[in-house]
Design a protein around this ligand. Sequence first.
Ligand SMILES: Nc1ncnc2c1ncn2[C@@H]1O[C@H](COP(=O)(O)OP(=O)(O)OP(=O)(O)O)[C@@H](O)[C@H]1O
Ligand SMILES: [Mg+2]
Length: 318
Amino acid sequence: MQNHPVSETRERGGETRGSAHPLTRTVAFMNQKGGVGKTTTVVNLAHAVCEQGRRVLVVDLDPQAHATLHLGVDPESVEWSVYDLLLDPPVAGSDRVLKVREEGTGVVGLVPAVTDQAAAEHELADEADRMGRLARFIDGVKHEYEFIFFDCPPSLGLLTLNGLACAKEVIVPMQAHFLALQGVGKLLETVQLVGQGVNDQLRVSGVVLCMHDEQTRHAREVVDDLKTFFKESRGLDVPWSGARVYDPPVRRNIKLAEAPSFGETIFEYAKWCPGAQDYRAVAKSFVDEWDALLARRSQTVESKPDAAAAPATSEPVA
Ligand SMILES: Nc1ncnc2c1ncn2[C@@H]1O[C@H](COP(=O)(O)OP(=O)(O)OP(=O)(O)O)[C@@H](O)[C@H]1O
Ligand SMILES: [Mg+2]
């Protein structure tokens, strides 16, 4: 059997030894709508995944620098930011990453944002390789992380496009409202267009429901519609043919809104509140789904070595 190093280290007792991750799950958390829970999801999911002993890199693409602040880093004090990486991508990049959390073998690394990052959109406007700047940096560091999360701004500018150029997956944080559902249809089409132009491997893995009010009939109806839509997309030649609604929905919980002002994740601020329980559970399904995919890939390599390079279209390509 041909083990890749990730599954090999798991077999030795669930710990990731060393820092070699030849397969990395790169996910852009994206929704052009503002205030839907992108940053809250990126930061808390990253810490929950780290608590499982995994190595996660958070890349804060948003000039608002909310993920940076939420992780307790002052954007005014950082030496390197996404802005520097875009303007002058370094050859070797691990010294550009801040280690912001550590739990046993788990790590959260951060490439912080600075507020004048928005200027990069204009400064790079005439550069031929402007969409691929971040990818050069990510290529140099991704072997050190099993997961890379991009916190996208609520717009489809150059910063988001750089994230989409290096991600293999898009996860859409959203609220279960009728108008938000309409917006997701447009968002999926946008991902498809971006995929055709910038990154044809890009897939939509699913939706994380944020600030969920499960008591309301309206929210339940919207979730049912969303699930039906994804079910009907199975087998179609679209980037969301493998998408799903992650379980459980993240309930509206005031602790999640309070934690950022202390520069703490929910697991530091109120580790047993409903918000922490929900993000822990989402992290478990997210990691389990990845482990299952890796296990399927190892079996494919074992039985059909040539098929390893051709995963199913609905699966993210590591
Ligand atoms: N489950 C929740 N319960 C209560 N408040 C929440 C929850 N999720 C997020 N919030 C709060 O909602 C607001 C918007 O969330 P967040 O900043 O994560 O959204 P965003 O999509 O990243 O926004 P932007 O588009 O501006 O980047 C924040 O004040 C956040 O603390
Ligand atoms: Mg945000």
